[in-house]
Design a protein around this ligand. Sequence first.
Ligand code: PLP
Length: 371
Amino acid sequence: MDIFEELNISRYINAHDTYTVYGGSRMTDETIESMRMASASFVDMQELQQKLGCAAAKLTHNEAAYFTNGAAGGLTTAAAICMAKGSEYRFARLPQIVPGTASEIIQIHCQHNAYDKAVEAAGARIIEIGDADETLEFDLEGVFSERTAAVFYYASMKYSQAALPLRDVIRIAHSHGIPVVVDAAAQLPPVENLWKFTDMGADMVIFSGGKTLCGPQDSGLIFGKMKYIEDCIRFGAPVHGVCRGCKTSREAMAGLYSALKQYVEMNHRENAHRLDEIVKIFANSFRQCGVDTRIVPYGPVGQKYPRLFLSVKKQGAAQRIAKTMREKHIYVGLDLDQNAIYLSPLNLNEAEQKTVLHELKAVVEEELCDM
Ligand SMILES: *Cc1c(COP(=O)(O)O)cnc(C)c1O
């Protein structure tokens, strides 16, 4: 049954990036097959969580791992675990803060972002340190108290300019006995990021399953130290409580495990070369007068893959191009500051590359004609 066909739901090509509002990324047949297999039988979910987590950790040189329903669910779970500090009673009362619950989560001011709410959902109060220009070591040193649950750190390049380096955050927090949680939801590639932050000493590190990993959209992983992952399994979904809304299915867990395995084992050099080639083909097709082409070697949060920026030097051109492309059911990125549209190769198969190139050429030429 083709539901999109039957209900007249539009299909889009995603030349923008792995954004949730478009559906994120695309699963391989192998991943879908592992989900189908998982669906056929019932299991003890805790045993599945334990054994699959153990295997996922082994694949990624981590101590332990916990499957969740996404990076946002991972943030809520990690916050709740840090706040409860092993107490079943304190955990069960969240988001209420009973005496003895460490309710404060420290976050660097310039790293404030849309996912703060996933942390606050656990009942935490976010305490900001630093300002828009800088964060100093004493800002972090001075903030700790018996109310401190953890420091949450965002690995995105977008939020790094005025932040303390993660290494320093871990050193300082650990000297006060405070755990550090890293949100690395979209920080792939490079594949080494799956273990880089835990290797640096982070206590829990969160990845989205539905972005570059190409797992189910509603899946995610927390990697980390055994002590914290054990608490995730003990308190986290499907156990009742504040994390219950973070529950994931055996199908999504199996799918993400399969996707993770494929991701870790793929030939990354070959894949990087493939992505470079896509972007180069696009760039070469637009190197003509009036179109400015620029290849940027990183994704929106600093991931290691190329994107192509295209601009026609004309007021409002980028906005018009993005709008027309969308009407043609193709998502492209729009950078208003640079009056540019941009393309990411991550979600394009060969047929789609041809379609995007063909359609984009027509739209750009139309802009150039009216000059
Ligand atoms: C995408 C993203 C999330 C949320 O990931 P989901 O898996 O969609 O829940 C959280 N944090 C950051 C920094 C992200 O980029």
